[in-house]
Structures are given as structure tokens and as C-alpha cells.
Design a protein around this ligand. Structure first.
Ligand code: TXA
Ligand code: MG
Length: 347
């Protein structure tokens, strides 16, 4: 068991002494969880195979699921990758720092331990000041998966990281709540048409404005083989089974009410993930509003916390509303599909 220090940092102007302490741990091969604009990351030296091993062990993560390497400045990129395609340059100009991860061919300095044995490497430059300062001060790129136990919802605040990682890592930098709430978009540029391997904080529409056509990995559909190793694993899963209901809003509400009533009559405890527009329409169950349908960022920033809350409440079944797949809604629905193990009712 490690003693996990939790250190509060100013999220806009992180204190130098605290960043120095955390950077020292990374340089010595230890692990530090830190905030990014998407979710909290579990960071270790990306160039140190032993640090990568520790990350996999702390998360209980399968070894073939590659890590994202985080940089603070474009100048770090040349060392890590074989070439920078023109499309990547356009995207970096527009979306870095920010929630976009790009896949490159890796250089030898990046150990296979970090890339899950692949000869490609996923790289992103986060926009959160604490993340940027930490990477800069560490002097090495930082490999960081989401700071949850493998399979659990990703953490969006230090308390959620502590829930999973206490005793497993050296330090948690507490920089408050992550604003986007779902992870970065992972993009593959190796084909003629760019492919989204994981929808995330930068939307498909935004990418299309820069690149023209952008496809979604067909492997994201249930039962298909995804191109990104991480997408094949069960993910974001709450303890209770979850059912996702999709369709016109009034029919979603009607179906969820019927299901909730039936389950409660069997003596089961039901959690309902509603929205601001619908929460007053439910007649039973433990109802939590994810956010406002007209402002989907309010929803993306809440879904993982709500899934964890239902675990804490000990509900027997979660019933969740679907939302529009426009914009960040695509990433939200991808996470909800997975949390529900693709148990979806279309109404
Ligand atoms: O927003 C984020 O991306 C967060 C924060 C901490 O930056 N990180 C994150 O990392 O979500 P993780 O490890 O939970 O998810 C990484 C995803 C996985 O689906 C993995 O399979 C994919 O990126 N990935 C990483 N390297 C890849 C590669 N070389 N080729 C294809 N997919 C890759
Ligand atoms: Mg993850």
C-alpha cells in the first residue's frame, strides 16, 4: 500500500511548490493523478516502461490497451513520432491544447510498454493549466489513462479518483471538477478518410470543419471489432445493471415510468438518469437530472458522477434517458451505451 497524498492546487495558477513536488514523483518513476479538462488522468513518465507497468497495475488494466501520451508543447512531439502528417498539423493548430488525441507512428524512445505493444502512439496536449504545468515541470511526456479502476466510470473530481486509487498511487493533485466530463476524441489519420476511434470532447462536426469527411469507426457498434484496443473492453460500468432508453422524449419518459413502476413493485430500488426537461415527469425511483438538453456540456460533465452516485445509493437497476447524438452528445451516448453494456430499448 502506498500513502496517497491529496494536494489541493489552484486550478488557474497552480502553486509552483506543489507542481514541483508532483513532477519530482513523476521523474522518479512514481504515479500522480492530475486534473485535465476532460477527466482526471493517472500520470507516469511515458518514456519509462516501469512507470507504464505501474499504471497498468494501479488500474487493473489489460496490458494491450495503450496509454495516451500527454505533452505540454509542440516541441516535444518531434522526439516522439516518426512524422507529422499535414492533417495533424491543421488539427493541432486548431484544437491543441484541448480534448483531441491524435494517433502517430511512434519513435523508438516511446516504449512498447506505453503503447500496448503497438508501433503507433496516441498523443494529446491537454488545456488544463495544472496538467500543462505538471508536464512542463516533469520534463518528460506523461502517459495518463483516466484515473479510475479499469471498467469503472472515469473520475471527474479528486474525490472520485481517491475512491478508486487511494493506496495505489503516490499523489492526487486536486484541481476541482473537470469541465468537459467525457474523455478526449481519439482520431486515426492513417487512412485516406480520418476515423474517430473514440468520440469525445472535440466533436465530429468540429473535425469536419477542418478536414472535410470524417468517419466513425464502424467497430464502435455493438458486436463489431473496434480499431482502438480500449474500445473492446467493458467500460464506465456502474455496479447495477443499466438500461438506456432512446427515442422521442415523451415516449422515453413513458417507458421509463412503466419500467420503474414494475421494478419497484418487485421490491427493487431504481435509479433514473433524467434531464432538466423531464425530471418532474417521473413518478417513482431515485431521480437525478444529468443536465439541460439544450446545453449538452452540462450533461457530459455529470454522467460519470451520476453513475458513481447510483453505486453509492445501492440501486438495483438504472434507467437512463438517451439524448441527441449531435455535437458532444455523440460522446455522451457512446459512454452511456457502454455503461449499459449495450442494453438499449428503442421506443
Ligand atoms: O481525455 C482523455 O483522453 C483522458 C485524459 C486523462 O487525458 N485519458 C484517457 O485515457 O481517456 P484512457 O487510457 O482511459 O483511454 C485511451 C484510449 C483507449 O481507448 C485506447 O485504446 C486509445 O485511447 N488508444 C491509445 N493509444 C492508441 C493507439 N496507439 N491506437 C489506437 N487507440 C489508442
Ligand atoms: Mg479510460
Amino acid at each position: 500500500m502506498l500513502e496517497t497524498k491529496i494536494i489541493k492546487v489552484d486550478k488557474n495558477q497552480p502553486e509552483r511548490d506543489k507542481i514541483k513536488m508532483a513532477a519530482e514523483i513523476i521523474r522518479k518513476g512514481g504515479l500522480v493523478a492530475f486534473p485535465t479538462e476532460t477527466v482526471y488522468g493517472l500520470g507516469g513518465n511515458a518514456l519509462d516502461e516501469d512507470a507504464a507497468k505501474k499504471i497498468y497495475a494501479a488500474k487493473g488494466r489489460p496490458q494491450d490497451n495503450p496509454l495516451i501520451v500527454h505533452i505540454w508543447d509542440i516541441s516535444q512531439l518531434n522526439q516522439l513520432v516518426k512524422e507529422i502528417p499535414e492533417k495533424a498539423r491543421l488539427l493541432m493548430d486548431k484544437f491543441w491544447p484541448g480534448p483531441l488525441t491524435i494517433i502517430f507512428h511512434k519513435n523508438d524512445v516511446v516504449p512498447f510498454g506505453t503503447t500496448g505493444g503497438l508501433d503507433t502512439v496516441a498523443i494529446r496536449m491537454p488545456s488544463h493549466p495544472v496538467a500543462l504545468e505538471l508536464i512542463k515541470e516533469a520534463g518528460v511526456p506523461i502517459a495518463a489513462p483516466s484515473a479510475n479502476i479499469s471498467g469503472k466510470p472515469s473520475p471527474v473530481c479528486a474525490e472520485e479518483v481517491a475512491e478508486d486509487m487511494t493506496g495505489r498511487i503516490d499523489m492526487i493533485l486536486d484541481g476541482g471538477k473537470a469541465s468537459v466530463g467525457v474523455e478526449s476524441t481519439v482520431l486515426d489519420l492513417s487512412e485516406e478518410v480520418p476515423i474517430i476511434l473514440r468520440p469525445g470532447g472535440v466533436t465530429r462536426e468540429e473535425l469536419q470543419e477542418v478536414l472535410g469527411r470524417v468517419d466513425l469507426d464502424p467497430g464502435l457498434a455493438p458486436g463489431e471489432k473496434p480499431r482502438s484496443p480500449g474500445q473492446k473492453y467493458r467500460h464506465y460500468a456502474p455496479d447495477a445493471p443499466m438500461t438506456l432508453v432512446e427515442g422521442p422524449i415523451d415516449r422515453q419518459v413513458k417507458t421509463i415510468n412503466e419500467l420503474a413502476e414494475k421494478l419497484e413493485s418487485q421490491g427493487l430500488k431504481v435509479g433514473i438518469m433524467a434531464t432538466a426537461q423531464t425530471r418532474h415527469l417521473y413518478t417513482s425511483g431515485h431521480i437525478i437530472s444529468a443536465g439541460d438538453r439544450t446545453a449538452p456540456l452540462t450533461i457530459s460533465s455529470n454522467i460519470f458522477t451520476i453513475l458513481r452516485k447510483f453505486d453509492r445509493l445501492g440501486v438495483d437497476q438504472i434507467l437512463a434517458e438517451g439524448i441527441s447524438k449531435d455535437g458532444i452528445g455523440l460522446a455522451v451516448m457512446n459512454r452511456l451505451y457502454k455503461a449499459a453494456g449495450y442494453n438499449v430499448i428503442k421506443v
